[in-house]
Design a protein around this ligand. Structure first.
Ligand code: ATP
Ligand code: MG
Ligand code: MG
Ligand code: MG
Length: 576
């Protein structure tokens, strides 16, 4: 490929709404282009990455015996009514009408359609097991699309669905996918963890998420360094003892001044370090008994990072705070709220309000918290955006760093992750309501035992960047780089030798099956190198007159601090 023919559109500035590195860098590198909230064009450079992700996934799915098909993006509502999901699913499901006023959905996933295919095409036990998959556009009307491709509304998912005769068969199909997923994620060259996930109402232990480890991840993963125990926070909490954990005490040392205070002020006031990675949140919990009397109150505090634009809270009179109230340490709170919705009540109402995790900090319009007496409150805590729906006060179960691992083999540690894949045993959840049966050996109809298996194809490159970047740009793992090698000629327009050498190297690499791009745009070296460092191509070869005179080229890996002189003939050993 020649850069002059390709579309390269790098930007100096990142968009204002880009909060994480992958969003900033994919935009600046010209890989994605925003069209609407959570809706992106995959520009040519970005599409090359996505195609490589797809190819790896496809290869391993095929190797595991799955069969590819493509199901429609727009699906008639009737099928979704059969399972009840048309009504149950809530606003994430995009419902549309055609010209005849008939209802349709835009697929967020495809259990209904694939189950419909199963009940028509898989009639006999002899045709089982089967695993059908697609790599297709999905739409989910996410409450807060953000982080670029990480949480889009339109995105690409690989979704696979297995059909089996019985539970034992379904378990084998599940295990085959668990193995294929490890093979897939190993090939991307990322640090990841397979963690147990909650299989919800279906029961059993057959659900795992594949989490790419990254500080910016939206999920918390609980694991035991001494054993192979690993679970997402939801699952870990399901096993943990019930009830709110007592906050470690940290009495307040100074009296706040009424009026506006910055988070730094509040941090100083409360004698806690300013946490630099989470947003601030000051909330009170009230536990009431059946008569509505408050039996226990706690104040929780999360501090915002100093440079954040929502870092002001108003502090009213809070003398009650040093009077029986205790503050949890910031790490405890981070683990508590940064991982799982907490259920808290503002003290001036009895209505419980669901407060979501740190990054989705709920907007608390004039939230009041603090003591249980009039005028002894922090008032006007007021930031965030949409207030989530009130939810029932649920059992709070806590898991924090240092707790004993459920397997008894050590202590728990917590880290953050990005969910890039999810495998799930479904049982007969879809086959029974849709009456999807096959004839078993005894001639009787039986519902399929099913499983479903997703991979976030477009989320994966974003996760890869969260793990692999520096101040200059992206550093792609070889397996999913848009190009493996960039050939950068210096003064190609002036020197016939440089031009000839660059073109020859490009052609030779291409002939050897290397994904190479020749930068023939005539950019100055500084600008040219900056572009490719931003785009993150792993291998760079620079060709100059001076080097050619010595029979040498300059090779530099994207992670190398400096270039190495390489005899022209040896470049291949570096880039393959
Ligand atoms: P999340 O918890 O991040 O909302 P999910 O559990 O709702 O994801 P699944 O239904 O398990 O997602 O879908 C399978 C995979 O699709 C996920 O593991 C993830 O990689 C990807 N995915 C889900 N939602 C999105 C999205 N909005 N944008 C990009 N990828 C997504
Ligand atoms: Mg989701
Ligand atoms: Mg999830
Ligand atoms: Mg999931």
């Amino acid at each position: 490929m020649r850069a002059s023919q390709f579309l390269i559109s790098t930007l100096k500035e990142a968009p204002a709404d880009a909060e994480v590195a992958s969003h900033r860098l994919m935009t600046r590198a010209g890989m994605i282009k925003k069209l609407g909230a959570g809706i992106y064009t995959f520009m040519p450079m970005g599409l090359r990455v996505i195609r490589k992700v797809e190819a790896i996934v496809r290869e391993e799915m095929n190797r595991a015996g799955a069969v590819e098909l493509t199901m429609p993006v727009v699906q008639p509502a009737e099928l979704w009514q059969e399972t009840g999901r048309f009504d149950k699913m809530g606003p994430e499901l995009l419902r549309i009408k055609d010209r005849h006023e008939r209802d349709f959905v835009v697929q967020p996933t495809s259990e209904e359609v694939v189950t419909d295919i199963g009940r028509q095409e898989l009639r006999s036990y002899k045709q089982l097991p089967k695993n059908l998959y697609q790599i297709q556009t999905k739409f989910r009307d996410e409450r807060r699309p953000r982080f670029g491709l990480m949480r889009g509304r339109e995105f690409i998912m690989k979704d696979a669905y297995s059909f089996d005769r019985d539970h034992a068969g379904a378990q084998r199909s599940y295990q085959a996918m668990a193995k294929a997923y490890r093979a897939i994620f190993d090939r991307f060259g990322l640090r990841y963890r397979a963690v147990a996930a909650d299989s919800g109402a279906i029961g059993g232990d057959l659900s795992e998420e594949f989490q790419v480890i990254a500080a910016t991840g939206e999920d918390a993963i609980v694991y035991c360094p001494e054993s192979d125990y690993a679970a997402n926070m939801e699952k870990a909490e399901a096993l943990a003892p019930k009830g709110p954990r007592e906050a470690a005490s940290k009495p307040m040392t100074k009296t706040p001044t009424p009026g506006k205070s910055t988070c730094e002020d509040v941090a100083a006031l409360l004698n806690v370090p300013l946490q630099t990675t989470v947003k601030s949140l000051v909330l009170a919990t009230d536990e009431t008994n059946d008569k509505g009397e408050v039996v226990k109150s706690q104040v929780w505090l999360l501090l915002v990072r100093g440079d954040h634009d929502m870092n002001e809270i108003k502090v009213g009179k809070v003398p009650g705070l040093d009077n029986g109230f205790r503050f949890a340490t910031v790490p405890e709170i981070v683990e508590h709220f940064g991982t799982k919705p907490g259920y808290l009540g503002p003290i001036n109402t009895k209505k419980p309000v669901k407060v979501v995790a740190d990054r989705e900090v709920a907007v608390m319009a004039d939230w009041i918290c603090g003591a249980n007496e009039e005028d002894f409150h922090i008032t006007g805590v007021n930031w965030g955006r949409d207030l989530p729906e009130p939810d029932a006060v649920a059992d709070i179960r806590n898991v924090v760093e240092g707790d004993a691992s459920p397997d008894g083999k050590g202590k728990l540690a917590i880290e953050r992750g990005i969910e890039v894949g999810h495998i799930f045993y479904l049982g007969t959840k879809y086959s029974v309501p849709m009456n999807a049966t096959f004839l078993d050996e005894d001639g009787k109809p039986k519902p399929f035992e099913m499983g479903c298996y997703g991979i976030g194809i477009t989320r994966l490159p974003a996760a890869a960047i969260e793990q692999n970047h520096d101040e200059r740009g992206i550093i792609w793992p070889d397996a999913i780089a848009p190009f493996s090698v960039v050939v950068c000629p210096i003064g190609m327009d002036r020197s016939a030798d440089v031009k000839a050498a660059a073109e020859k190297l490009h052609d030779d690499l291409l002939a050897a099956g290397v994904d190479v791009i020749l930068d023939d745009r005539g950019e100055r070296p500084g600008a040219m190198f900056a572009d490719w460092e931003l785009i993150g191509v792993p291998h760079r070869v620079v060709i100059s007159d001076r080097g050619l005179k010595e029979g040498q080229l300059e090779y530099q890996h994207r992670r190398d601090a400096a270039a190495t002189k390489v005899p022209a003939g040896e470049v291949f050993t570096f880039v393959k």
